[in-house]
Design a protein around this ligand. Sequence first.
Ligand SMILES: NC(=O)c1ccc[n+]([C@@H]2O[C@H](COP(=O)([O-])OP(=O)(O)OC[C@H]3O[C@@H](n4cnc5c(N)ncnc54)[C@H](OP(=O)(O)O)[C@@H]3O)[C@@H](O)[C@H]2O)c1
Length: 187
Amino acid sequence: MNDAAKGRSVTLHLVSSLDGFIAKKDNSISWLECTGSVYEAGVSVSEEEAAAFLKTIDCYVLGSRTYEHALELGWPYGDTPVVVVTRRQLPPEKKSVEFYSGDLRTLVDVKLAPRYRNIWLVGGAMLCQRFLELGLVDEIQLTIAPVLLGEGLRLFGGSLTEQRWNLKNVVAYKNGFVELSYSAPAA
Ligand SMILES: NC(=O)c1ccc[n+]([C@@H]2O[C@H](COP(=O)([O-])OP(=O)(O)OC[C@H]3O[C@@H](n4cnc5c(N)ncnc54)[C@H](OP(=O)(O)O)[C@@H]3O)[C@@H](O)[C@H]2O)c1
């Protein structure tokens, strides 16, 4: 079934290092900052364009560790609804956040799809891997940062089986980051 027929789309978005890590062992994030070196042929995005794009996202889905890290760092999701997947009882910190525990297919098809069209799954590795294993991801948007980390949390470190995705778009930015967009193979 295609996305239009399903009425919703789940986009998995992560930023990875060149060597396939999404977080450092100490959780520091300076590797995600720009160094000032410029890739001349790249594009840049204005703050207005970035804000307009973020407005198109109807809902974010996060694993609990990503949620806790986001609270520590400074909340990047504004007032957009956020669903945090956890088996723990976490204290409510924000009005825009709901917690979910249970079957992930039910989460997408029963809880989210009737309310949201453009659903963004933004980490971490554990939750994204589970979504991929269950075939719940329609698009992967992977941003590659121009840095080798050597060690850390692996992007998709586990037990995925071979599956060919369709490249839809490539954007290279002036800051050296490259965004790769793929759609899922037809079911
Ligand atoms: N570079 C990037 O783009 C990016 C993006 C996002 C996050 N990160 C980084 O990634 C790290 C966190 O990733 P992570 O893989 O360790 O953790 P995670 O995926 O954010 O969270 C894992 C937690 O989510 C809950 N969970 C996952 N699957 C579940 C399921 N099927 N049912 C119920 N609960 C489930 C569990 O929570 P409970 O233990 O509470 O039950 C589990 O411990 C952080 O360092 C974060 O900063 C990087």
